[in-house]
Design a protein around this ligand. Structure first.
Ligand code: KIV
Length: 263
């Protein structure tokens, strides 16, 4: 059991892997949820660009802007005291040039207060420059939601051997470029295990099997706030969406019958 209130820094995740301690990560997009998840002892809060789909009502993560990410990251850092806050770099904030990547990642730390950023894909040169600038980087391999149009939907990745070997190679190169951990999304369980054994930095899986060094879920999926269907790897730990509907219905009934407020 870790002391509450002791802030977690990016390099500590590697030490957790070395100690065989599983890393617990959930998404958060606002200060209220960040405070609750931090209080629960979650190690890493990811301000994912899933923000676009989960709370802003978009079909994909592509419309999420840098300004939105800075705004929500700042809210999450205001709510968190112990957890490491990792902010996603949104579509087109790091693909255009390495200089753009440094400038935009810098905003997430400087204005958002994040402790690290996450970028999708084998962007080794960008990772190297960010790390050289003093910005810790979490990689992301497997299903890359920002490439959904090229992938033809949100489907499992690296199912054939060539792609699996390529993913392991990419993971090794991300480690060499200085990434402090890597999210593995929607890949076969066996590949999740192989990739985790092949590198010294921790892997954090989402739909990548039980042998990753940590796990991440979209908090709203795990808490039962998002409607069905959710991906098959999601476990619902609560049904808060149903509770909210019931509570709002009870309030509406009270108001309509003149039972709230009481005299
Ligand atoms: O944006 C996000 O929430 C993510 C997780 C799915 C890992 O990248």
């Amino acid at each position: 059991m870790k002391e509450t209130g002791t802030k977690i820094w990016a390099p500590q995740l590697k030490q957790m892997k070395q100690r065989g301690e599983k890393i617990v990560m959930l998404t958060a997009y606002d200060a209220l949820m960040a405070r609750l998840l931090d209080e629960a002892g979650v190690d890493v809060l990811l301000v994912g660009d899933s923000l676009g789909m989960v709370v802003l009502g978009y079909e994909t993560t592509l419309p999420v802007t840098m300004d939105a990410m800075v705004h929500h990251t700042a809210a999450v850092t205001r709510g968190a005291s112990r957890a490491l806050v990792v902010a996603d770099m949104p579509f087109l904030s790091y693909q255009t040039s390495v200089d753009d990547a440094v400038r935009n990642a810098g905003r997430l730390l400087q204005q958002g207060g994040a402790g690290a950023v996450k970028i999708e894909g084998p962007a080794f040169e960008t990772v190297r420059r960010l790390v050289d600038t003093g910005i810790p980087v979490m990689g992301h391999l497997g299903l890359l939601p920002q490439s959904v149009n090229q992938l033809g939907g949100f489907r499992k990745q690296a199912r054939c051997e060539d792609q699996a070997m390529q993913l392991i190679e990419d993971a090794k190169q991300l480690e060499q470029a200085g990434a402090f951990s890597i999210v593995l999304e929607s890949i076969p369980d066996e590949l999740g295990r192989m990739a985790s054994e092949a590198i010294g930095i921790p892997t954090i899986g989402i739909g990548a099997g039980p042998d990753c060094d940590g796990q991440v879920l979209v908090a709203h999926d795990a808490l039962g706030l998002t409607p069905d269907p959710v991906p098959s790897f999601v476990k619902r730990y609560a049904q808060l969406g149903d509770e909210i509907v019931k509570a709002a219905q009870a309030y509406a009934q009270d108001v309509r019958k003149g039972q709230f407020p009481q005299r």
